[in-house]
Design a protein. Structure first.
Length: 262
């Protein structure tokens, strides 16, 4: 009997590796089923909602903890805190109004200073034009007087100059000489001088002003044009949109006069 049992025991011993292999295979299947995890859309939505809910609860707890000091304060303390906040708000509002007023004052003073500067520059430019120390351009006329017989005298040209000034001429140049307030003509026909400088025909007046006023002033009956034509001169008056008077006179410093402003 002992010999018959031996084969049976060998058979049991030989079956153990097969069971272990089956057990290992089951674990592997279990692990394969759990990893990698398979998350459905519904599970993902639930996870997000739980996260948001937890975050909201955390914020609420923190807010409650921050306000716990005020909740535990007495009514008198709360009134005092409220009064302090009101006072601080009022002080900040007063400071804001003060700064706004200061800014407006600075802007106003800056605007006034800029306007004064602009007026000063414009006044300087106007005086420079009248004094002949700066160039000028603008609408006006050109008066050309040809004198083939040398019959034009200095006083006739001076009359033409005065007529142009009366008609509103603002800047005048005669044969390369800038006309200013103290300009004078001298000499007889063929030997005319402007401010001591000899000029020869044709006499060309470049005049800046309103052309519609300047030309009629020269052509009035018995006026400048007719007087010059009586001396066998030919006169041409041409209007232009832009006349350039760029001959300058040096600025002369007065010897005795001084400004009366302090």
């Amino acid at each position: 009997m002992s010999n018959e049992e031996l084969p049976s025991d060998k058979g049991r011993i030989g079956e153990q590796p097969t069971d272990v292999a089956k057990e290992l295979t089951g674990r592997q299947r279990l692990i394969a089923g759990l990893w990698p995890p398979r998350v459905t859309r519904a599970q993902l939505i639930v996870a997000v909602l739980l996260f948001v809910l937890g975050l909201g609860l955390a914020i609420q707890v923190r807010s409650n903890s921050d306000n716990s000091a005020l909740r535990g304060a007495r009514q008198e303390d709360l009134v005092r805190i409220l009064d302090e906040l009101d006072d601080r708000t009022q002080r900040l509002e007063d400071e804001k109004q003060r700064l706004d007023a200061q800014r407006a004052e600075l802007e106003n003073s800056s605007d006034q200073a800029e306007e004064a500067r602009k007026q000063t520059v414009e006044k300087e430019r106007q005086l420079g034009i009248l004094a002949g120390t700066v160039a000028a351009h603008g609408p006006g006329i050109t008066l050309t007087v040809n004198d083939p017989g040398d019959g034009i005298k200095a006083d006739m040209l001076l009359d033409a100059l005065q007529e142009l000034r009366a008609a509103g001429a603002e800047a005048i140049e005669v044969n390369g000489v800038r006309v200013v307030a103290h300009t004078f003509f001298s000499g007889d026909g063929g030997n005319v001088k402007v401010d001591g400088r000899k000029i020869t025909a044709p006499y060309v007046f470049k005049v800046i002003g309103k052309p519609q006023d300047l030309e009629p002033a020269l052509n009035i009956p018995g006026g400048v044009v007719q007087t010059l034509e009586k001396e066998q001169a030919t006169v041409h008056v041409n209007q232009a949109d832009d006349i350039v008077v760029d001959v300058l006179r040096p600025a002369k410093r007065p010897d005795y006069a001084r400004s009366s402003s302090s």
